[in-house]
Design a protein around this ligand. Structure first.
Ligand code: SF4
Length: 430
């Protein structure tokens, strides 16, 4: 069961291809937003990992890659400038900007700088804005990182995944353990406000001792955040085929993996980290802003690029999956380049979209939610929280909603209960 909380409500209808009609349904000439977040998706990778659910097209050859990515970056930058020329966003404050993918570190520093310059020619980029670039350790050489810092990017996310060659080979990544070490070391000296290390656990054949070694090694680099992800084998992927063929050992069982997670949480909390989302740990003051503002706080999101999601005027959109289609349409001046768009969210859907985002975390501050949305979450959905409490998944107290240990084990089920209560019974729940 998967809940893609990026796309609530689901972008199910073809978007109008006429710019005026699309501007109208997104109310781009409507009242100006005070604050919003921004995202761009870079749909290129060095090669496809063994169980990838994100990257859809073939990687360009190394000889073509630079020019193609520069062309793509110009299209994205022009699209940001176009969005920002409309009253809804002109002069509004961008609080967090995220370069993701795919592999965003395939962007040259000049491409990153160009996109940020074009965007900030229309928006106001808050001086405290969190600007994140995520990418592959292979790309994070000291000179590259120095040039990225100079563009204004202040948070670097490193897709380390593991410090073990065996684990990386199982995941089918291009980088190896020495690249993970080099990137973490270079990031810690490059001058970013913060850097994050991504780690994956529960790969086929992975042992608890290997995972413990990965976490302990990450801590030695003293990153401001460590994000851990449970490895998922997607249907139709190379990883699934390797299992079917008997070329990979089974994944550790779910109950074992919950104990791996608990071990990780205990260790990182004892080292001064806090848990902002289940499995995502940060030093005090360094909780990731982009996810929190975009999904839990429900800020409008200008998400541009092939396969990127946006959320404006209560509607979620998605860009065309193919980079070629995205660039062709952008070069024809067809802005914004958007394929599908959702119906306008109702008030309960807007609230539930944020609750689903908020319940990626182990607890929710009821006062914070009420300040943001003018309603207490339990008053808005009394039956849903009675159900979650009855199942022993959430403790309801006057000031907070706390996910129990059992609830942490069943967190996807909590999201299903929340989701299904408003968006329909499309997600499996017990
Ligand atoms: S780096 Fe990420 S997006 Fe690219 S192939 Fe690997 S898993 Fe997929």
């Amino acid at each position: 069961m998967d809940i893609n909380y990026y796309r609530l409500p689901a972008p199910a209808e073809p978007a109008p291809r006429d710019a005026t009609a699309l501007s109208d349904i997104l109310a781009l000439d409507g009242p100006r937003q005070d604050a919003f977040t921004a995202f761009t998706f870079v749909p290129f990778c060095h090669k496809r990992c063994a169980s990838c659910a994100y990257y859809k097209g073939p990687a360009p050859s190394p000889a073509q890659r630079g020019m193609l990515i520069q062309r793509y970056a110009r299209c994205v930058a022009a699209n940001f400038a176009w969005m920002g020329s409309h009253r809804r966003f002109k002069g509004a404050t961008c609080c967090a900007f995220y370069f993701g993918g795919g592999t965003a570190s395939l962007l040259a520093p000049g491409d990153v700088g160009f996109i940020l310059e074009e965007a900030s020619s229309q928006f106001s980029l808050d001086p405290t804005a969190e600007i994140t670039l995520e990418g592959n350790p292979l790309d994070y050489h000291p000179t590259y990182l120095a040039d990225i810092v100079a563009t204004g990017v202040n948070r670097l996310s490193i897709g380390v995944q593991s410090f073990s060659d065996g684990t990386l080979a199982m995941a089918g990544t291009t980088h190896r353990a020495k690249d993970s070490h080099n990137a973490a070391s270079a990031a810690s000296r490059a001058g970013f406000r913060s850097f994050n290390i991504d780690l994956m656990y529960g790969l086929p054949g992975q042992e608890l001792s290997q995972w413990q070694s990965d976490v302990a090694t990450a801590v030695e680099y003293d990153p401001q955040s460590i994000s851990t992800f449970k490895y998922k084998i997607h249907p139709g992927s190379l990883a699934e085929w390797q299992l079917i063929e008997g070329r990979a050992r089974p994944q550790p069982a779910g109950a074992d993996l919950f104990n791996w997670y608990r071990w990780t949480r205990d260790l990182l909390l004892s080292r001064g980290y806090q848990e902002g989302r289940k499995g995502a740990f940060h030093r005090p003051g360094f909780r990731q802003r982009y996810n929190r503002l975009t999904y839990a706080a429900g800020y409008e999101l200008i998400g541009l690029g092939a396969g990127a999601y946006g959320f404006v005027n209560g509607r979620v959109w998605v860009g065309p999956e193919s980079a070629d289609a995205y660039m062709e349409r952008a070069e024809r001046g067809e802005f914004p380049v958007v394929d599908n768009v959702s119906p306008k969210a109702t008030r309960p859907q807007v609230l539930m979209r944020s609750l689903v985002g908020a319940f990626m975390a182990p607890e929710l501050d009821r006062g914070w939610f009420k300040d943001r949305f003018s309603v207490d979450p339990v008053d808005a959905f009394p039956e849903v929280f009675a159900d979650l409490e009855f199942r022993h998944w959430v403790n309801v107290s006057p000031d907070r909603l706390q996910v129990t240990e059992l609830g942490l084990f069943q967190q996807e089920q909590i999201l299903a209960v929340l989701h299904n209560s408003v968006f329909g019974r499309t997600m499996e729940s017990v």
